[in-house]
Design a protein around this ligand. Structure first.
Ligand SMILES: NC(=O)C1=CN([C@@H]2O[C@H](COP(=O)(O)OP(=O)(O)OC[C@H]3O[C@@H](n4cnc5c(N)ncnc54)[C@H](O)[C@@H]3O)[C@@H](O)[C@H]2O)C=CC1
Ligand SMILES: O=C(CO)COP(=O)(O)O
Length: 248
C-alpha cells in the first residue's frame, strides 16, 4: 500500500484515555504524511454523558473527549464513529486500543467485515486467560480475524503523551519489516519516539509485565519503604520478566 497508488487509511478501535491520545498522535501524522489518508476514524463505545448528550457527538462537536481526555484537542481530522463496522470498513490499518476484556467480543463482530489486506496493531496491555492457558491479545486478534497483528508497547502514560512530554515505545513485529516501519512512521513524533523489534511476543509480554512491576513499585511507595527497596523490587522484577519472556 505504501508504494502503491492508494493511501493508507487508519481506524482506531477504542476511544478511552490511550485510544484518544493514540488517535491524536496518529492524526498529527496522517495530516501531513502523503502516504496516509488524513482522516482517522475512531470507534467510540457509545456512552451517554451526564448532560444527556452522546459521547461520540460530543467528541465530534468539541474535537475533544470530555470524558476520557478532557482539555485536549484531538485534531480536526479525528472523526468519532459509534458504528464499529462503519469505522473500520475502509481502513487497511487497524489500531486496537480498548481494555483487553472487550477485544474478543469486538473481533467477533468484525469477522468478514474488514477490508482485504488489513493489518492490525495492538496497544493493549494484558492477556486473555482461557481454560487452555493465557493468550496474548495480538494472538487473539490474529486467531479471530485471520490478520497480521503487530504490537506497540512502552512505559507510556497517555496523559503525559497528550501534553507532549517525551516518551518512547517499541513496535514488535513478525517478519514483515515494511509493515512495522509503516506503523512506526504512523506513531512517531518529536516527542514520541518509536523503534521496531522483530519479536511480537517479547515486546507484548514486556509491556504487560511492566504493569505488574508498576503495581509492586506502587506498593513500595504506599508502604513508604523507600527508594532502595523500590530499586531492588524493580531489579528483581526485571529478572523475573526476563525469565518469563525467555521461557518456552
Ligand atoms: N491509559 C494509559 O496511559 C495507557 C493504557 N494502555 C492500555 O490501553 C488499553 C486501553 O486503556 P485506556 O484507553 O486507558 O482505557 P480507559 O479506561 O480510559 O477507557 C475504557 C474504554 O473502554 C470503553 N468501554 C467500556 N465498556 C465497553 C464495552 N463493553 N465494550 C467496548 N468498550 C467499552 C469505554 O467507553 C472507554 O473508551 C488498556 O489495555 C491499557 O492497558 C497502554 C498504555 C498507556
Ligand atoms: O500501561 C500503562 C501505562 O504504560 C497503563 O495501563 P493500564 O491503563 O492498564 O493501567
Amino acid at each position: 500500500m505504501e508504494n502503491g497508488h492508494a493511501r493508507n487509511r487508519v481506524a482506531v478501535i477504542g476511544s478511552g484515555n490511550w485510544g484518544s491520545v493514540a488517535s491524536r498522535l496518529i492524526a498529527s501524522n496522517t495530516a501531513k504524511l502523503p502516504s496516509f489518508h488524513d482522516e482517522v476514524r475512531m470507534w467510540v463505545f457509545e456512552e451517554i454523558l451526564p448532560t444527556g448528550k452522546k459521547l461520540s457527538e460530543s467528541i465530534n462537536q468539541a474535537n475533544e473527549n470530555c470524558k476520557y481526555l478532557p482539555g485536549i484537542k484531538l485534531g480536526a481530522n479525528v472523526i468519532a464513529d459509534p458504528d464499529l463496522e462503519n469505522a473500520v470498513k475502509d481502513a487497511n490499518m487497524l489500531v486496537f486500543v480498548t481494555p483487553h476484556q472487550f477485544v474478543e467480543g469486538i473481533c467477533k463482530k468484525l469477522v468478514d467485515k474488514l477490508r482485504p489486506g488489513a493489518e492490525a496493531i495492538s496497544l493493549i496491555k494484558g492477556m486473555e486467560v482461557k481454560m487452555e492457558g493465557p493468550c496474548m491479545i495480538s494472538k487473539l486478534i490474529t486467531s479471530i480475524l485471520g490478520i497480521n497483528c503487530c504490537v506497540l508497547m512502552g512505559a507510556n502514560i497517555a496523559n503525559e503523551i497528550a501534553v507532549e512530554k517525551f516518551s518512547e515505545a517499541t513496535v514488535g513485529y513478525k517478519k514483515d519489516k515494511e509493515v512495522a516501519t509503516r506503523w512506526a512512521k504512523l506513531f512517531t513524533t518529536p516527542y514520541f519516539l518509536v523503534s521496531i523489534v522483530e519479536d511480537i511476543e517479547g515486546v507484548e509480554l514486556c509491556g504487560t509485565l511492566k504493569n505488574v512491576v508498576a503495581i509492586a513499585a506502587g506498593l513500595v511507595d504506599g508502604l513508604d519503604m523507600g527508594n532502595n527497596t523500590k530499586g531492588s523490587t524493580e531489579c528483581y522484577s526485571l529478572k523475573m520478566s526476563s525469565r518469563t519472556v525467555s521461557a518456552d
